[in-house]
Write a protein that binds this ligand. Structure first.
Ligand code: HEM
Length: 153
């Protein structure tokens, strides 16, 4: 009985070392319909959220801090998305794939550049410039989806 208590305590403290069963998924999450989303899709949805928030905050100069926070999120998501590979790449031939992936990356760089132009304008308190650059950024969505996703093919 003298030994029992220290053993029980030791076993209890070791339990903290056991791997957690409630880990978040690393690369994929579920969409609204329960379908699995890939890592790029996840980033795209996060970008969409940041852009939606920006559409509101950019119109109101008193919301500069909100705009800067959304831009920081958007830029981080673009950087992460830039290193992913669109699903469509798997359907292309070996010969076509490298060009496709490089073009995708180049387009994401263009989007990052646009986000930085918006950020610079917001920091300088230039609302008209910020709104114009934001329209340029949003204009990249449709042509890019037409080119790099299967839905639009
Ligand atoms: C305003 C900017 C953008 C927004 C708001 C946006 C949003 C989205 C959303 C919501 C999806 C998921 C669609 C779904 O669930 O059915 C998606 C997918 C996708 N987007 Fe974008 N996007 C933007 C710009 C771009 C750009 C610039 C590129 C390419 C350089 C791009 C490439 C893709 C690709 C390849 C997919 C499919 C995901 C996959 O292949 O796994 N998007 N986007």
């Amino acid at each position: 009985m003298k030994l029992f208590l220290p053993l029980l305590l030791a076993a209890g403290s070791l339990a903290f070392l056991a791997p957690s069963k409630v880990r978040a998924p690393l690369v994929a999450d579920e969409g609204k319909g329960g379908e699995q989303r890939g890592p790029l899709e996840e980033r795209m949805h996060a970008m969409e959220d940041a852009i939606r928030a920006l559409r509101r905050s950019l119109r109101d100069p008193s919301k500069q801090a909100d705009s800067l926070a959304s831009l920081a999120k958007l830029e981080a998501d673009i950087v992460a998305a830039k290193s992913e590979t669109p699903r469509m790449a798997a359907k292309l031939s070996e010969a076509e794939r490298p060009r496709f992936v490089a073009d995708y990356r180049g387009e994401m760089i263009r989007m990052l550049e646009s986000a930085l132009v918006v950020e610079k304008a917001v920091l300088g308190g230039k609302q008209e410039e910020a709104l114009a650059a934001f329209e340029d950024l949003r204009g990249l969505e449709d042509p890019s989806h037409a080119r790099f996703t299967e839905e639009e093919q």
